[in-house]
Design a protein around this ligand. Structure first.
Ligand code: DGY
Length: 326
């Protein structure tokens, strides 16, 4: 049988490409930016497998243009909100993702942002570079104590729990709100969302983006947040209503925010959030360590290879029951 055709929508780290090239005819989108829609549709035609990134919208149209031989979509991410899972289920296409391997890297980055926001590290660094540092000053760049504070974690899956584990070293009280009560070796208290918002000094988001979590942090929920609290988002930008966050930061209701993910993403350089000294934004780098990205690429490649050969994916996404209507 001819080698299966697969499309990889951007350059990915080794061992991903080598694993694929050993068994498949591989087309890797060669440019630094994601394929524009028309190019994606052109390139996917006739493929048996698609290795996609979170920047690619993979919907029914992409699946249909690819053709009925498309057996697997393997996302180089744990989140799969860029894929229409219902459309995949209806067409019998398996969907893979990369859970587990990016948990610790993402929790580390969450903590980097948490500490930076609470202790105003980015503001301080800019201050020094701008030549404004004249003397030690008892009132200079006062932040928020992290040690002993209350941390509220929204979404208590692998990454939320890894963030909570780190909080133990900081003597924090940890609250969490999650769809399910999670068995966890971390000492944390399950609470409802309003309680978490009212009692937390620092709130960190780790829920997947779904219709139920879209704009979970909005004008109404922000009103419940304790004045002077800090918001960290390393999950998905659209969990937060950006305009409401902007207002809360401007008004000082939130002391600070630190975002690895934004809505829109990427955030344009002239976006008003970037004019605020109390908002830190980094470019979706939660899993961006060499080791983690290599593991993600390997898992994504192995998911793809299993899928094109009709085998169960090592890391399959549970698909919804296919509904009749598109
Ligand atoms: C994911 O995996 O969903 C992250 O956002 C990127 O690592």
């Amino acid at each position: 049988m001819a080698r299966p055709r697969v499309l990889v929508t951007r350059s990915i780290p080794e061992p991903g490409p080598s694993l694929l090239q050993a068994a498949c005819e591989v087309h890797i989108w060669p440019e630094a930016l994601p394929p524009p829609r028309a190019a994606l549709l052109e390139a996917v035609r006739g493929c048996h497998g698609l290795l996609s990134l979170l920047t690619d919208r993979i919907d029914a149209e992409v699946m249909d243009v690819a053709g009925p031989q498309l057996r697997v979509i393997s996302n180089l991410a744990v989140g799969v909100d860029n894929i229409d899972l219902q459309a995949a289920a209806r067409r019998g296409i398996a969907v893979g993702h990369t859970p587990g391997v990016l948990t610790e890297a993402t929790a580390d980055l969450t903590w980097a942002l948490l500490l930076a926001a609470a202790r105003r590290i980015v503001e301080g660094e800019r201050y020094v570079r701008a030549g404004e540092w004249q003397t030690w000053d008892p009132l200079l760049l006062l932040g928020t104590d992290v040690y002993g504070a209350t941390l509220g974690i929204i979404g208590f899956g692998r990454i939320g729990q890894a963030v909570a584990r780190r909080a133990q070293g900081f003597g924090m009280r940890v609250l969490y709100h999650s769809r399910r009560t999670m068995p966890s070796e971390v000492t944390a208290q399950a609470v409802d969302l309003p309680t978490l918002l009212r009692e937390s000094d620092i709130i960190s988001l780790h829920a997947p983006l779904t219709p139920a979590t879209h704009h979970l942090i909005n004008r109404d929920t922000i009103r419940l947040i304790k004045p002077g609290a800090i918001l960290i988002n390393t999950a998905r930008g659209a969990l937060v209503e950006t305009a409401a966050l902007l207002e809360a930061l401007r008004a000082g209701h939130l002391a600070a925010a630190a975002l690895d993910v934004t809505d829109p993403e990427p955030l344009p350089a002239d976006h008003p959030l970037l004019a605020l000294p109390n908002c830190i934004v980094v470019p979706h780098i939660g899993s961006a360590s060499r080791q983690t990205r290599a593991r993600m690429a390997e898992i994504a490649a192995r998911n793809l290879l299993a899928g094109v050969h009709g085998a169960p994916l090592p890391h399959a996404v549970a698909l919804p029951a296919p509904s009749a209507e598109e």
